[in-house]
Design a protein around this ligand. Structure first.
Ligand SMILES: Cc1ncc(COP(=O)(O)O)c(C=O)c1O
Length: 497
């Protein structure tokens, strides 16, 4: 991906359509998935003022990512002692990790960012991007929300409302409404969300909770940390989620809850799981940490069981700028107890209904999540389109087994995981080609040292074990383009040929 900043003169020429060469250049850039063009926010505001029809200007540039004018960058530009606009373009491009500034007066090269001419920019259009493809990229997702965040963060810093604050309350309202749940309780992490929800559901020492061995350890840490025992059930080889047919065999008089994980973003078979839970009088807590927005029969992830836990860790489909998480539930008592638990058991200031934890979400995280939430459905749709491209391009590759997607809306592709022969060798080969992959998760939980006391051994959960031996997670983030997916698939084909 090549990222370019257009200088104010180039933007102005393009807007006025005065130079065919520039019009042609920018239109080609806009069609090229390997090239991403940015403009400076103040260039647009100046055009709005000078042109006299601000609405028209605003509409013309509405889809361009814009770099806001920022005091710190302006100060750096002043110190450079060259023409101010040229300096500002270069420091802004460097700050936003862009590759170059396209200008009518190419003169300056500062650090890694050059000023390049329109002629050179035309040549870039022919370059096939072969730069690194990271496993996950977070920066591009921020383009459309910079301005909103800039305003909100400034307001929080000026008001010093860091702990608690209006954004936490507003985020709870908005996330509950988005999910279709009565309550959302914003907390400090997905792990806290799982822990607080389990305790609020009445689960504690002596109780057993059924879950899967192919998940992140936070799922089972939460069970142990509320004093309960983890009971593993193997997963389906089709969906990699809990196999409902195996659940009843593991129910004992001590079983109190089922904790299905919507792994990689795909909903577990919730109708069947809830039916089993109802039959045996069990509670259901959904681990929806990877499945924000997944939907089945008009119900979103998190609204099938008694409660659900979400992680808003930065890399998640809805991720904050640091640690964050959330519980959703329709149950007033679960919501009440969870809100006390996150805040030292307080029901009101210095009135402690119980002992709790320091597990609150802070106002800056809540503001970042509020800015991102309106984009979540679009991002999930982008992920589905990227997954569809992978599925199409890898379908006949020897050595590769693709995931089965039963209902495309019920999957939000937090991760795109395939099963392959020689996953470690493929990982190294792709790394050599600057394509970065991951493993989720390479050692099943029942074989981890941390769970030796449960007494499991190799062979206890054959599907999970087979998955762990052959899975590899390919790059997946909403801004990936078709050229990147093509390059990854071509390299995988080449490896197996
Ligand atoms: C399935 C699952 N459960 C729980 C968690 C824990 O979330 P957090 O890291 O926000 O505590 C994660 C996050 O990685 C996860 O993927």
């Amino acid at each position: 991906m090549i990222k370019l900043l257009l200088s104010p003169e180039v933007v102005s020429e393009y807007f006025h359509g005065r130079d065919d060469r520039i019009t042609h250049l920018i239109e080609n850039f806009l069609k090229n998935p390997d090239i991403h063009i940015w403009i400076m926010m103040h260039t647009v505001t100046e055009l709005m003022r000078d042109h006299g029809k601000p609405k028209e200007v605003n509409q013309f540039f509405k889809d361009f990512p814009k770099i806001p004018l920022n005091d710190q960058l302006a100060n750096l530009a002043v110190e450079m002692e060259i023409e101010f606009e040229a300096a500002l373009s270069v420091v802004s491009a460097a700050a936003f990790k862009l590759n170059a500034v396209v200008t009518l007066n190419p003169a300056t090269t500062i650090g890694s960012v050059s000023h390049i001419s329109v002629e050179d920019a035309e040549k870039i259009g022919d370059i096939k991007a072969d730069g690194p493809i990271n496993f996950l990229e977070l920066s591009n997702a921020l383009n459309p929300i910079y301005n909103k965040l800039d305003g909100w963060f400034t307001e929080i810093i000026q008001s010093t409302a860091f702990a608690g604050g209006n954004h936490v309350k507003e985020f709870e309202k908005e996330f509950a409404e988005y999910c279709g749940a009565k309550h959302a309780v914003a907390v400090n992490s997905g792990t806290d969300a799982l822990r607080f929800a389990l305790t609020a559901m009445g689960i504690g020492p002596g109780d057993e909770v059924i879950t899967v061995p192919n998940t992140f350890i936070a799922t089972t840490e939460a069970i142990s940390q509320v004093g309960a025992k983890t009971v593993f059930v193997d997963v389906s080889p089709e969906t990699y989620n809990i196999e409902p047919d195996l659940i009843e065999k593991k129910i004992t008089p001590n079983t109190k809850a089922i904790l299905p994980v919507h792994l990689y973003g795909q909903l577990a078979e919730m109708d069947r799981i809830v039916k089993i839970a109802d039959k045996h009088g069990l509670k259901v807590l959904e681990d929806a940490c990877q499945a924000h927005g997944a939907i089945s029969n008009k119900k979103r992830a998190g609204t099938f069981g008694n409660a659900a836990a979400f992680s808003m860790y930065p890399g998640k489909n809805l991720g904050a700028f640091g640690e964050a998480g959330c519980i959703i539930t329709n149950d007033d008592e679960i919501a009440n107890i969870a809100s006390c638990l996150r805040d030292h058991g307080q029901s009101e200031k210095y009135v402690h209904r119980m002992e709790g934890y320091n597990g609150r979400m802070d106002n800056l995280q809540a503001a970042s999540l509020r800015a991102k939430l309106p984009l979540l459905d679009q991002w999930n749709q982008n992920r589905r389109e990227i997954a569809a491209l992978y599925l199409e391009k890898l379908k006949r590759v020897r050595g590769v087994k693709l995931p089965k997607v039963k209902d495309v809306k019920a999957h939000v592709f937090h991760l795109f995981v395939i099963l392959v022969d020689q996953p470690k060798e493929l990982h190294e080969y792709l790394k050599g080609k600057k394509i970065f992959t991951g493993f989720h998760y390479p050692i099943p939980l029942h074989l981890q040292e941390a769970y030796q006391s449960l007494g499991h051994r190799l062979g206890d959960f054959p599907v999970t074990e087979e998955l762990a031996d052959s899975l590899i997670s390919l790059p997946m983030f909403p801004e990936m383009n078709e050229a990147q997916v093509n390059r990854i698939c071509e390299e995988i084909k080449r490896f197996y040929d």
